[in-house]
Design a protein around this ligand. Structure first.
Ligand code: CA
Length: 405
């Protein structure tokens, strides 16, 4: 364990290390996160615990931190002019720095050739954000010098979402540390999906860190990660690396990810066209002879084992006959859903427009069914003038067809 007094007594033994950050679009190094190390008894110790230690007075931590940054900035002068430097900054420490020592340090290196626009402040908070209005104000001030802002250590808890809007970061750093192993719950994926949508809305880029396996890299790639960082790619080191150092590796892995995704997409396409074909045949044969009740029942019997619930709407989303539901192997009409309206559901109107103009059916995304709690897809299909059929597909059938187990 590192002793704060040892550090303060031998400040000349602190030094920076740099962990490369890679881009998804060019597969090259676009920047480095700066970490602090301490040489002690022939060992190199992480200064992480020191900076997180509440017992260490804030001005001690700030002093050590500025020393590391100064060494880092000096070293960074040898880098190309477009490489970013990511600086960890505790919100509390930022407020504590009343004399603006960090800004002074940054500006003193501007003349030497380190443009402030190459710096990214990674804002993190250990407790709740001390004074959001104050932080907002300080960050705005830093921003006027071109300094970029990142929100650090976003993870499985989404409590920081409101702050993200407030602080308008350029980058969101998502920590995949909580994602070790293969067991990722769908809720975690959903949170990440929301994060990636939010990032897109506010014009921020997603940076995934703590990538330690190829699986996590794939996850980051799939969830809109523009930047990657972690031991799987490269460890922190006192020296810089060549920009292209992982070019080949990332290109090869990216290609494998693409193949996997393409296979998934092909499986969905073939499922969609198969359902389209079966329903077109059946609907063409029966539509004119049967009323909606009889038609639904006939389709139910045809799609036994595939579907567990179906209903018919008009183009405004009004349902005027009950749901047909599969119960213990037989299809039954279930009263209670008549005259409900579904137009408020996500993608509903878009879906109707698609069916109307393409005259064929579509598969929904995977979502959790409110009633059963299971992850399903709905196949929707135009059965006639202003009549649309919605078929909720069986989770077991879907998992098999999509090869998810
Ligand atoms: Ca960080």
């Amino acid at each position: 364990m590192i002793d704060a007094l040892d550090v303060m007594a031998a400040l000349d033994q602190v030094y920076p290390v740099f962990q490369p950050i890679f881009s998804a679009d060019e597969h090259r190094v676009i920047g480095y996160e700066i970490f602090g190390r301490f040489r002690h008894d022939g060992e190199s110790l992480s200064l992480g615990p020191f900076f997180l230690d509440d017992q260490v007075p804030a001005d001690f931590r700030l002093e050590a931190d500025l020393l590391i940054l100064e060494k880092a900035f000096e070293k960074a002068l040898e880098l190309d002019g477009d490489i970013l430097l990511f600086i960890n900054r505790d919100a509390e420490l930022l407020i504590e720095d009343k004399e603006e020592k960090l800004l002074t340090l940054i500006l003193s290196h501007k003349e030497k050739g380190l443009d402030p626009s190459r710096l990214v402040l990674e804002i993190s908070e250990r407790k709740s954000m001390p004074d959001t209005a104050n932080i907002e104000h300080i960050l705005h001030y830093y921003r006027t010098y071109g300094i970029k802002i990142a929100i650090d250590k976003l993870g499985a808890d989404s409590s920081k979402l409101d702050q993200i809007n407030l602080l308008q970061p350029d980058i969101l750093k998502v920590d995949l540390g909580t994602l070790r192993g293969a067991a990722i719950g769908p809720s975690y994926q959903d949170i990440l999906h929301s994060l990636s949508l939010l990032a897109r809305k506010i014009g921020a880029s997603l940076l995934f860190e703590s990538i330690e396996t190829v699986f996590q890299l794939q996850f980051a790639w799939k969830h809109g990660g523009r930047y990657y960082q972690g031991f799987y790619l490269m460890n922190p080191s006192p020296s810089f690396v060549k920009e292209e150092v992982l070019n080949e590796k990332l290109r090869t892995e990216c290609h494998a990810f693409i193949l996997t995704e393409q296979k998934k997409i092909e499986r969905l396409f073939s499922l969609r066209s198969e359902l389209n074909q079966r329903l077109q045949e059946l609907n063409g044969k029966l539509r004119k002879k049967l009323d909606d009740y009889e038609l639904l029942m006939a389709i139910g019997n045809e799609l036994d084992e595939i579907a567990f619930r179906m209903y018919i709407c008009d183009s405004d989303g009004f349902q005027d006959i009950p749901n047909l539901v599969s119960k213990k192997g037989s299809w039954q009409f279930e009263e209670g859903h008549r005259r409900k309206n579904w137009s408020w559901r996500p993608y509903f109107l878009e879906n109707i427009s698609n069916m109307r103009s393409e005259r064929k059916g579509f598969l929904s995304d995977r979502y959790n069914d409110i009633q059963s709690g299971e992850t399903i897809r709905t196949f929707s299909f135009p059965i006639g003038e202003e009549r649309y059929l919605f078929v909720d597909l069986h989770p077991k059938f879907l998992n098999k067809r999509e090869e998810l187990y």
